[in-house]
Design a protein around this ligand. Structure first.
Ligand code: NAG
Ligand code: NAG
Ligand code: NAG
Ligand code: NAG
Ligand code: NAG
Ligand code: NAG
Ligand code: NAG
Ligand code: NAG
Length: 465
């Protein structure tokens, strides 16, 4: 049977089995089909074998930071060499900006602006380190260390390391010590207002705050990127996506002190595939709706992930008083180990010293599917749907969810969610029990069949990473 046929059969079956009241659950078909095109990478750019590079025969314009006076001893300030090399590389077509391996380049906060000539490759094989003293940081660059903007069709690749030297920033955070002022710290790497950007194979570690931020960009493909920071480093999100569309994050291993991946306002068509997360705060959509703001997030897929020892698993978090929506999310094939709050929707999110009052508006959360989610929970409640009374969560679909406490005991919590569709779910939530579950066996059978028939090459993330 082909996929469209199964999907429509499934949608039909669900509609008939749930009866008129659940007719809206034909959204299940949409959720099944929800996908993010992984457009073909420009072969010419990425199959590029760096070791074969000679300026004569490759047609590439090699720009080595060392040729611009970079010292690479980890002590000398190489900022000027990097900005000069950038100017040269950016202004000629088919350039390769090379950061050679085996050295440590100390680089200050810098903005690398495009647009550049076509087919720029940034080959990072060495280590780029940030100055470690927050008191010496240029206040004009309060929120960025290395910022790249207005790029089109650019590849960042290599086995190199980008190290934010964040320890002193963490100690100065108000999350670490309440007597410290709450001041935003830099993001290690920001890709802003760009399109057709590929980031492959790099390690980003010990960032001052977020590690990699994709902002106001379209078509960004991040693969085999590793993020490492201590589990107690504050606000060190791994990969942050804001106001961006068509972003693929694949084969990434993220260990950090905040969200492994966070997706915020005005983002759509984000696909995460084969992600390892831990320690960290899990995979988050949000926070959204802070200060009565409007948020719109649609079409998010997480397929195949391992979360270990994280403080949340799959989380959607919104503030009271917001507007807008989160619509169309599919989390599937996720294995959890020792995770607190494995499945959580929190419409009362309040990361503020004062308590947040309940309000009559909230960001609407709708069309969210959890499928094939298994493993162990650290919290008593493995599933929490803390949905707003004024704007209930709707059209939540769960199937083949099996979460266990380490002591075998496990519960769920459900406030104000409606329009559920579900198959096998453990632990079962109140909101599930309240509906007639007749014919679910049948639904489940088809859900299961669907899963098997569409089951793709999904490999074991443990082995991969
Ligand atoms: C970096 O920039 C700051 C502020 O402009 C400056 O004080 C410092 O000397 C620069 N270099 C290094 C390596 O920190
Ligand atoms: C917090 O910072 C203050 C002021 O710098 C210091 O006196 C205090 O010992 C710090 N507390 C902790 C727990 O580190
Ligand atoms: C789990 O995370 C906590 C807090 O980050 C840490 O103290 C603990 O050692 C971790 N446990 C394992 C098994 O990694
Ligand atoms: C969220 O994005 C929408 C659409 O781009 C925009 O209108 C709105 O102002 C954004 N909200 C915030 C808080 O930035
Ligand atoms: C949000 O709206 C509520 C209700 O109208 C109001 O009380 C509150 O002050 C607003 N908050 C902000 C940050 O504007
Ligand atoms: C469920 O997810 C796991 C990965 O967590 C995967 O190995 C398994 O094949 C999936 N099962 C189905 C039926 O898709
Ligand atoms: C807000 O509403 C929720 C759900 O009804 C309730 O559990 C919570 O106590 C309320 N919070 C406040 C601050 O009133
Ligand atoms: C569905 O109903 C059957 C009895 O008809 C019950 O045993 C089972 O626990 C229910 N399942 C859920 C998930 O509520």
């Amino acid at each position: 049977m082909n996929k469209p046929f199964i999907v429509s059969l499934l949608a039909m079956l669900i509609v008939t089995s749930y009866g008129a009241e659940y007719r809206e659950l034909d959204i299940l078909g949409d959720l099944e089909n929800l996908d993010v095109p992984q457009d073909d990478i420009n072969e010419d750019m990425t199959i590029f074998d760096f070791s074969c590079l000679t300026s004569q025969n490759s047609g590439k314009n090699l720009v080595n930071v060392d040729s611009f006076g970079a010292v690479g001893d980890g002590v000398s300030d190489d900022t000027q060499a990097f900005t000069s090399a950038w100017k040269m590389a950016c202004s000629a077509p088919r350039s390769v900006l090379l950061v050679p391996q085996g050295r440590h380049y100390l680089v200050n906060a810098t903005k690398f602006n495009g647009p550049c000539q076509e087919k720029l490759i940034i080959q990072i094989d060495g280590t780029i380190v940030a100055p470690d003293d927050p008191t010496q940081w240029n206040p004009r660059f309060q929120r960025v260390w290395l910022e790249f903007s207005k790029l089109q069709g650019v590849v960042f690749q290599g086995n190199g390391v980008i190290d934010g030297s964040g320890a002193k920033w963490w100690a100065a955070s108000c999350k670490k010590n309440k007597t410290n002022p709450c001041i935003g710290a830099p993001t290690a790497v920001t890709i802003d207002s760009s399109s057709g950007v590929y980031v492959r194979g790099l390690t980003i570690r010990n960032s001052q705050q977020m590690h990699l931020s994709i902002a106001r960009s379209n078509t960004v493909h991040i693969s085999r990127v590793m993020v490492t920071s201590p589990g107690d480093s504050p606000n060190t999100d791994g990969i942050h996506i804001t106001a961006s569309t068509n972003v693929v994050i694949q084969d990434c291993k993220i260990s950090t002190g905040d969200d492994c991946v966070s997706i915020v306002n005005a983002s759509a068509r984000i696909k995460m595939k084969k992600i390892y997360c831990g320690p960290g705060h899990g995979i988050s959509i949000g926070s959204l709706g802070k200060g009565n703001s409007t948020a719109m997030v649609t079409a998010i897929v997480l397929d195949t992930a391992v979360l270990k020892n994280t403080t949340n698993g799959l989380r959607i978090k919104t503030w009271q008083g917001g507007n807008g929506y989160v619509k169309g999310v599919r989390f599937e094939n996720v294995e959890m180990e020792n995770v607190a709050n494995p499945i959580i929707i929190d419409q009362f999110y309040c990361d503020s010293p004062s308590t947040c009052q309940n309000q009559t508006s909230a960001v609407h959360i709708t069309e969210v599917m959890y499928r094939n989610i298994t493993g162990t929970t650290k919290s008593a409640k493995a599933i929490k749907f803390a949905c707003s009374d004024a704007v209930p969560c709707s059209h939540i679909v769960l199937n083949n969810v099996n979460l266990e406490g380490n002591d075998g005991k496990v519960e769920a919590y459900c406030n104000s969610a409606e329009g559920f569709g579900y198959g096998v779910v453990h632990p079962s939530a109140d909101c599930l029990d309240s509906h007639d579950n007749k014919s679910l066996d049948q639904t489940d059978k088809y859900l299961a069949e669907e899963t098997v028939m569409l089951g793709d090459e999904t490999e074991n993330v443990h082995d991969e990473l």
